[in-house]
Structure formats: C-alpha cells, structure tokens
Design a protein around this ligand. Sequence first.
Ligand code: ACO
Length: 429
Amino acid sequence: MAKDGLSITDNRTGSSLEIPITQGTIGAMDLRQIKVSEDDFGLMSYDPAFGNTASCKSTITFIDGDKGILRYRGYPIEQLAEGSNYLETAFLILHGELPSKSEYEEWIYDITHHTIIHENIKKFMEGFRYDAHPMGMLLSTVGALSTFYPEAKNIFDENVRKKQIHRLIAKMPTLAAFAYRHGRGLPYAYPDNDLSYAGNFLNMMFKMTESKYKPNPVIERALDILFILHADHEQNCSASAVRAVGSSHVDPYSAIAAGVAALYGPLHGGANEAALRMLNEIGSKDKVPEFIKRVKAGEGRLMGFGHRIYKAYDPRAKIIKETADKVFEVTGMNPLLEIALEVERIALEDDYFIKRRLYPNVDFYTGLIYQSLGFPVDIFPVLFAIPRTSGWLAQWEEMLIDKDTRIARPRQVYVGKDKRDFKAIGKRR
Ligand code: ACO
C-alpha cells in the first residue's frame, strides 16, 4: 500500500483500488476506474460551485483563509500595499517576479502609451442610454475591443499576448471613466500621460475646466493601495469565468469581458455597495445593537462580514481600515465610519459572530472610502474591475500555457426524464 495514496473499497462490488495523492489532491479522473460493470461510465465526484475541487495548478496567488494570509507570487499583501504601487504589482502578478529598474520603466511606458481609445469606441458609448449602468457599459466595450484589435486572436503568439495585456490594463480606466462621464453628461476627459495610473484615472473621472488636473497625493496613493489589494484573489468566480471562457481559445478581450460580467453580480463585486446601504439603513451608532440583534434573529446579513475562504480577519480589510483614516484626514470624516466601527466592535465580541468565524471582509470599509472620494455607488464594481484586470490576465495566460489545460467542460449528474417519445401537438394532453 503506497504511503502517498488513497485506498478505496467500493462496497457495491467489494473491489479495492489505490489512487495516488499528489500535493494534497487526488485526480478526479482516477475515480473513473471505479465501475460496477464493464459498460459503467465510472465514478464521478459531485461538487457544485467547485467547493472542494482544484480546477488548476497556479503560481500566482496564495491564500490561507484560516490564518488570514494573502500573497501575490509569494509576497505578503501587507508588504506590497506598503512599498509597491499598482503597476509594479501588476507586473509582478503577470511576470512572476518584481521588475528591475529598466523593466519597470519600460512597463510604465508601455501601459501609459496605450491609454487612449479609438474614437469610434467613444461613439458607440454615446449610444448607451443616459442612465446606463457603468458596469454594463464596461463589460460590453471591453468585449467590443476585440473588433478593434483582430490580431488579438493569435493567442499563442507571446508578443501578441503582451500587446493585448498592455492595452487592457491601460484602457480599462479610460473605459471606466468614460462610462461614468457618459452617465453624467460630462465631456470625456482624455488620459494625461504625466500622471500615475491612479492619478490619471482620477483625472479622467473628475477633471472639469482646469487645464491640468492635479490629483491630491493622499487620495491618489489611497486609490493605488485599493488597486493593489484588488489585483488578484486566485480562483474566484470572475477568474474562473475568464479561465473557462479563455479555454475555448477566444481572444483575451472576450475572455476578460466574461470576468467583468461575473464581477457585476451582487454576490461578487457588489457587496461593498450593499455594505454602504446597510450602514445608511442603520442610521446612527445607538441603533447598531438593535440591528445586530435582528441579524442574529435571521433577519438579513451583516453585509461586508464573512467570507467563503477567510475564516479570520480579511487581511485586505485591515489595510483598508488604515487607508480610510488617511483619506478621511483629507476628505473629512465619513459620518458612516462611526457606525461601521461600532458594528465591528459589537460583532467581534458577540458569540454568534465568534462561533461562525465572521470577520469584516474587503468590502466592509471600501464603500466608505469610495464614497468619501466622491465616487457614486454604481461605479463601485467598476473600481474593482480596473485592478482585477491584471489578475484576470495573469490567470488567462497561465491557463493558456499550462499543458494540462483543455477546454473547460464540467460533467453533470443527469436527473431529468428517461427516454420518451415525441407526440404531435394535437395529441398532447
Ligand atoms: N451576517 C450574519 N450571518 C452570517 C453572515 C453575515 N454576513 N455570513 C454568514 N453568516 C452565517 C450564516 O447565516 C450561517 O449561519 P448558520 O450556520 O447558523 O446557518 C453561517 O454564518 C455560515 O454561512 P454561509 O452562508 O454558509 O457561509 P458562506 O461561506 O457560504 O458565505 C458569504 C460567505 C457569502 C460571503 C457570507 O458570509 C455573506 O453573505 N456575507 C455578506 C455578504 C458579503 O459581505 N459578501 C462579500 C464577500 S467578499 C467578496 O466577495 C469580494
């Protein structure tokens, strides 16, 4: 009996089998040898939502949810938030190593010089209704980019891939800001190559009549930190969507559009908005105990609390809380902060939350910062999509060059009708 193996006895037949265990996993295909008869299809595992199925091997992001650890390419998120900037972190996520000085300069140059979008994109953005949701606009324009860069289909050409990666990271803030300004009837503000990635995004969002927009350095840095924290989070819903769609060998714009679509959903990119609405609903600090009582009685959830993977304090939430303090020194205190702190204080001392290991997640404080920075609520998921683009692209490229990759095609357990004969409409009851 192999030490690194799993012995299985099939009680239906009495037969036994040993399958290898590698890196804490068994190969699901090994189970197919387990059959009750020669013509049996073989045993499958049933795992809706892939709760216990590793769908790939990855070297990008490491998470230990019990210990509250998040690392990109081995670097702790706390160190990157402290010492790096978003574009450097994006390089790390995509290339596996931090850039040298010359690589860094070339990378910044390449991203900065791909921020402008084709004027025709502006034209079709104008076709959206005045109240179009910016996330809906973003997802469709990202997909439409594939029609502007048809060479992007050559996904196995490394240089072509590199070019599309530059374009996507560079153009995402431009599309996002244009979507925002469209909704407000404001003229589009063009990219300013003198500014940083975050600074230029603020410029394209908020520039009015001034000839040169000067971002506040504290706000620019705070946004950059938020971008670092949102850059990747391994095999979540949107990364899995990008990988699955990309496994059909479609161009990267179409694959990333799938990621944006997944992020649009309230269970994924929309929780920060829900947390903000909840704090508004509570209304004041003295109403917090009553609200928590209602949550414990099953009347709704504490939005921005709990996580499928983190069963400890979300390491991103810790950094965001510190960032919030710096932002509020510039913007003035967000009155909802007092309520948020009280919610956290009471929840973390309460048995209900302690027993279920429910802690603030990344979304608990981000909404407060975004609101104080002047971002409207409907742009919140877009602010998530901009930095997550580097993570999606790293996941997409890793999937493409992985020899184990085949087109994503899960199995099902069919529980529908058995064979039956068709009846013409007049003969049906
Ligand atoms: N408030 C109150 N109770 C909660 C909360 C919460 N926020 N989250 C979980 N619980 C309770 C559940 O009622 C359940 O209690 P029970 O055992 O008595 O039935 C227990 O904790 C386990 O909950 P599950 O739903 O099984 O946990 P799961 O891992 O499936 O859910 C999720 C994780 C969806 C994030 C959940 O905690 C939640 O709904 N949180 C609020 C929404 C939110 O903040 N989402 C953002 C996540 S971060 C991100 O996606 C970027």
